[in-house]
Design a protein around this ligand. Structure first.
Ligand code: 5AD
Ligand code: SF4
Length: 436
């Protein structure tokens, strides 16, 4: 019998990318192969994100597009997974009767059982936070070869309750995976060709599954032969401890790039966001990180138009950005999330949010470009990932996460080489093999 086909569409953060891989593996045990074409699928799974309003709307419109497929192929199963599933599971089933199953981010190891329950048009919904560990229930990854980079989820959930954010409600309390499991998974990835691992968690630097927290885990990973690079994301400033700062200075495999969201630069807004740190706390933390690792590139997340944000508050965010000089950043208009405290506060008009976002992004783009252009003439180490669009070209990432194109047929994915940067384009750098 031909294998059944599974199409997964992933929205949102890297943790969802990781979860989608694991769901594909769970369904692999049931004889499903993944496909890139929804029209070929026997099962369609949307792995959703709930962080901003539009994300949920996109899911509904995507579901609408599958109506025809479902009409042509009544056996086609349609499932919704991830954070929209967690938050609005019953609502999804009501709004879109063609959905057969809904599975929250903590229950996806139960996917094969849920699917079995959908025979004869029945519906299945599981948005519990089960006692058992979903990571343990998933079948071991098949020993297939992997690309040079991989994500590895080590921590989930959030206890911070920022006033704008749904994550503590959709992903639950902070939980760390035990270090022995994480290390076994990392070794397995390396055996299969992975050279760079990005540790994932909603509050990854609050990881406490290893002695010495995340820094302890990083030092244990550092000892794995064949693993060349370690990254981690996303961090909260308040969980950036001394040991982790020190690791940035003396752990060679830990890359000099840190995503450390601050969200805003006004102390009044930070307080209302329930961030429990000031702008100055953040700036002093950056100073300590840069003292440990002077070439550290920073990345951040910013929200403009948080309820009651004035022009002066917004300027404080611009000042903070000017003081830090970011290598990259993500910025968003505040989006009202029902059930979160900020949704109850007086809102900033939409055109004001648009205007602030434009000004903020212009500043961030200038900074990003300045830091990228400053790489010209310098040597970086590039981990090659894949052939470039032009024949004879390879593309990889530098330590600082810049995409680097090199015209050479000497490299294969997974190779690392010292490259001298000779030009900087809109989104990437170009270089040649550095002379010895
Ligand atoms: N509105 C806008 N942006 C948000 N984020 C989280 N919740 C909201 C919201 N309600 C942003 C934050 C966070 C990133 C993942 O998404 O900047 O760091
Ligand atoms: Fe959301 Fe704040 Fe937790 Fe990050 S730290 S997931 S922004 S509540």
């Amino acid at each position: 019998m031909a294998p059944k086909k599974l199409y997964i569409k992933t929205y949102g953060c890297q943790m969802n990318v990781y979860d989608s891989e694991r769901m594909a593996e769970a369904m692999g045990g049931e004889g499903y192969e993944t496909t890139a074409r929804p029209e070929d699928a026997d099962m369609i799974l949307l792995n959703t994100c709930h962080i901003r309003e539009k994300a949920a709307e996109k899911v509904y419109s995507e579901l609408g597009r599958y109506k025809g497929l479902k009409a042509d192929k009544p056996d086609l199963k349609i499932g919704v997974a991830g954070c929209v599933a967690q938050a609005e599971g019953a609502e999804i089933m009501r709004r879109q009767p063609m959905v057969d199953l809904v599975v929250g981010p903590q229950s996806y190891h139960r996917l094969p059982d849920l699917l079995a329950r959908t025979h004869n048009g029945a519906k299945a919904l599981d948005t519990e936070f089960p006692e058992e560990d979903k990571f343990d229930h998933l079948t071991a990854r098949p020993k297939a070869k992997r690309g040079p980079t991989a994500f590895l989820t080590v921590q989930e959930g959030c206890d911070k309750f920022c006033a704008f954010c749904v994550v503590p409600y959709t992903r639950g309390a902070e939980v760390s995976r035990p270090a022995d499991r994480v290390l076994a998974e990392a070794r397995d990835l390396v055996e299969r060709g992975v050279r760079e691992i990005t540790l994932l968690g909603q509050n990854v630097n609050a990881y406490h599954g290893h002695d010495g927290g995340l820094a302890g885990l990083i030092r244990a990973l550092d000892k794995i032969d064949g693993l060349a690079r370690i990254r981690f994301t996303t961090s909260h400033p308040n969980d950036m401890d001394e040991a982790l700062i020190a690791a940035h200075g003396d752990c060679d495999k830990l890359m000099p790039y840190l995503h450390l969201p601050v969200q805003a630069g006004s102390d009044k807004i930070l307080k209302r966001m329930n961030r429990s740190h000031t702008a100055d706390d953040y700036l002093r933390l950056i100073e300590r990180l840069r003292a440990a690792r002077p070439d550290l590139h920073l990345s951040g997340d910013f929200i403009v138009g948080f309820p009651e944000e004035t022009e002066e508050d917004f300027q404080a965010t611009m000042d903070l950005i000017a003081a830090v000089e970011y290598g990259s950043a993500f910025s968003f208009k505040y989006s009202e999330r029902p059930g979160t405290p900020a949704a109850e506060r007086p809102q900033v008009p939409e055109d004001e949010k648009d205007d602030r976002l434009q000004r903020l992004q212009a500043l961030l783009t200038t900074q990003q470009r300045r830091l990228q252009d400053a790489m010209v003439g310098r040597d970086v180490h590039v981990l090659f990932e894949k052939p470039g669009r032009m024949p004879g070209q390879m593309v990889g990432k530098s330590e600082y996460l810049h995409a680097v194109h090199v015209e050479s047929d000497a490299f294969a994915p997974g190779d690392i080489a010292r490259i001298r940067i000779d030009s900087s384009g809109p989104n990437s750098l170009k270089g040649v093999v550095a002379p010895l």
